[in-house]
Design a protein around this ligand. Structure first.
Ligand code: FBP
Length: 550
């Protein structure tokens, strides 16, 4: 047998032709809608974005074939990987080629830093073809450098002028698209003749609003995690001996945890936004889980599944205060930085915290307290995503149950296993939904560019209908902005979409969670993503999207 260089699925998937909205299969012209305003702080945002504020929403309409001037475009992948990034580039490439076969596409390498350091490669047909319908961002790489300083914009201008690039496409989350908007404004203000178009990416699902129904990658990532959760549920239901604590990615919002709960019906799913709204403490969370464990133990169900959102810690009000205090106290603190032993550092911290935060700090398992004090990023901030909340909860719950057992109030067995799902889903082969959605986004970006637009995010809506009926267009990024306090200063930023407790996805979960907590037979086993087969199996959007539309 010859050695394989690609799996059979990789080979079959390379031939998949992503579905485009019907409208994009025609020759189109841009149709301008009403002027827009920002979601909040209109006067301030208008003042900060005099050239890009208030632009109209764009849709497309059928038109005669037209000639399109030759353009060169630079594309940047920014932030964490999300399934479908390669297809944005493929859609952009194909769209540009259709408009004018002489058009060129350059990829900046390693994220925004590639633009600043002038590291790039031309993306030709043979390169692009290798990456069709694949996961990952490896075609050009990604990075987290922020484009937020004038000298960086000027370095960008230099390379764009050198390569004859007329437009940049920035594929990123809320921060990267905020910076795309600032860059668009800057280039317009300085007459640089470089357009900037954004694309909504993040598995976290928190870049969405009225006009952007979903960020790409959320669909695939949630389906991968839900498959794994379903498999673990079946294992737990078979052996009936473990409680599985599963932390799920999502730096801040709990959309991923909620979507996975909707898909798999676990016994417990914590939603950070609810924890904050109900002003819950860590002990409240522990107590609420202990109640469910005890209830199930009463029915001889000494097993279960608990989903924990990655961002939880920062949504527990008392923890938030503690983390903020630690960040303030320890960033660039020379005394602290010169201390040698962990013990010395802990004592130092304890001496500086307010009484309330000291109490919280003392109540934490040692390992977590250590992580909060010692494992800090280069700016001195706690790296919240590294905190193993699932292990912390296991430790606290085990302690509580042991106490209850000693008092004769708990007779069950508690054996726990921890998991963290994040990287398993970020580079998965994109689902049909993400493959089609991202290809359409890239294609849409090419049309916005060829008509000279800047400061827009490519948008594809009506996503719960078949792809034929999706509505493509452009949304001014300023429309999504408001003023928020960041690092002590008020800044214009795209409003982050947290889980809304008054919306249908959460309401549906809330109405069902008690049943899922105690039931013997509520688990759902979603199984792996299917790429070929009936549309009701292969082309379904997330339940979050479906419920939001109801
Ligand atoms: P983005 O917001 O950049 O899309 O990142 C998503 C994410 O996967 C988060 O869910 C997670 O907290 C973070 O990236 C992890 O980032 P890194 O891989 O840089 O550690």
């Amino acid at each position: 047998m010859k050695t394989m260089t690609k799996s059979p699925l990789q080979i079959a998937r390379a031939d998949y032709q992503p579905k485009l909205p019907n409208m994009l299969k025609e020759n189109v012209a841009l149709k301008m809608g009403e002027a827009t305003t920002s979601v909040a702080d209109q006067e301030e945002i208008r003042r900060l974005f005099p050239h890009t504020y208030g632009m109209p929403i764009i849709t497309f309409e059928k038109s005669e074939q037209r000639e399109h001037p030759q353009v060169a475009v630079g594309v940047i992948l920014s932030g964490g990987q999300a399934p479908g990034g390669h297809n944005v580039i493929c859609g952009l490439f194909d769209g540009l080629q259709k408009l004018n076969p002489k058009n060129k596409l350059y990829g900046f390498l390693g994220g925004p830093i590639g633009l600043v350091e002038h590291k790039y490669k031309e993306l030709t047909a043979d390169i692009v073809d290798e990456y069709r319908n694949t996961g990952g961002f490896d075609i050009i790489g990604s990075g987290r450098t922020k484009l937020e300083e004038e000298w960086q914009y000027e370095k960008g201008r230099e390379i764009c002028e050198k390569l004859g690039i007329n437009a940049l496409v920035i594929i990123g989350g809320d921060d990267s698209n905020t910076n795309a908007c600032i860059l668009a404004e800057y280039y317009k203000q300085t007459d640089a003749k470089i357009q900037v178009i954004g694309c909504p990416k993040t598995i976290d699902g928190d870049l969405k609003n009225e006009m952007i129904e979903a960020s790409f990658g959320f669909d695939t990532a949630c389906k991968v995690y839900s498959e794994l959760i379903g498999n673990i549920q079946r294992d737990a239901n078979s052996s009936k001996k473990y409680w599985h604590f599963i932390r799920l990615m999502g730096r801040s919002a709990s959309h991923i945890a909620l979507e996975c709960a909707l898909q798999s019906h676990p016994n417990v799913c914590i939603i950070s936004e609810e924890v904050e709204a109900r002003d819950m403490t860590l002990d409240d969370i522990v107590e609420s889980i202990v109640d469910i464990i005890m209830e199930r133990a009463g029915n001889e169900l000494n097993f279960g599944i608990i989903l924990i959102p990655e961002g939880l810690i920062e949504f527990i009000p008392a923890m938030k205060v503690l983390i903020a205090e630690l960040n303030e106290l320890l960033s660039d603190n020379e005394d602290f930085n010169t201390m040698h032993t962990d013990d010395e550092k802990r004592q130092f911290v304890k001496g500086l915290l307010t009484e309330k935060s000291l109490q919280v700090y003392r109540s934490l398992p040692k390992g977590i307290a250590r992580q909060l004090t010692l494992d800090r990023d280069p700016h001195g901030n706690v790296q919240v995503s590294l905190i193993e909340t699932e292990k912390m909860l296991i430790e606290m719950i085990a302690k509580r149950l042991a106490k209850l057992k000693a008092e004769g109030r708990y007779v069950g067995k508690f054996s726990a296993i921890s998991h963290f799902f994040g990287y398993e889903g970020r580079c998965a082969i994109p689902s049909n939904f993400d493959a089609d959605y991202t290809y359409s986004l890239g294609y849409t970006a090419s049309l916005l560019i060829s008509d000279g637009k800047t400061g827009y995010m490519a948008s594809v809506r009506n996503l719960t209908s078949p792809a034929d009926e999706w509505i493509a267009g452009g949304v001014p990024i300023t429309m999504m902005m408001n003023m928020e306090r960041r690092q002590g200063k008020m800044k214009p930023v795209i409003q982050k979409a947290l889980v809304r407790l008054d919306r249908t996805p959460f309401k549906f979960f809330e109405a069902n969670r008690d049943k899922w907590a105690s039931d013997r037979g509520s688990y759902i086993y979603p199984g792996p993503i299917q790429y070929f087969g009936p549309t009701e199996v292969c082309d379904q959007p997330t339940l979050t999207l479906k419920l939001e539309k109801e």
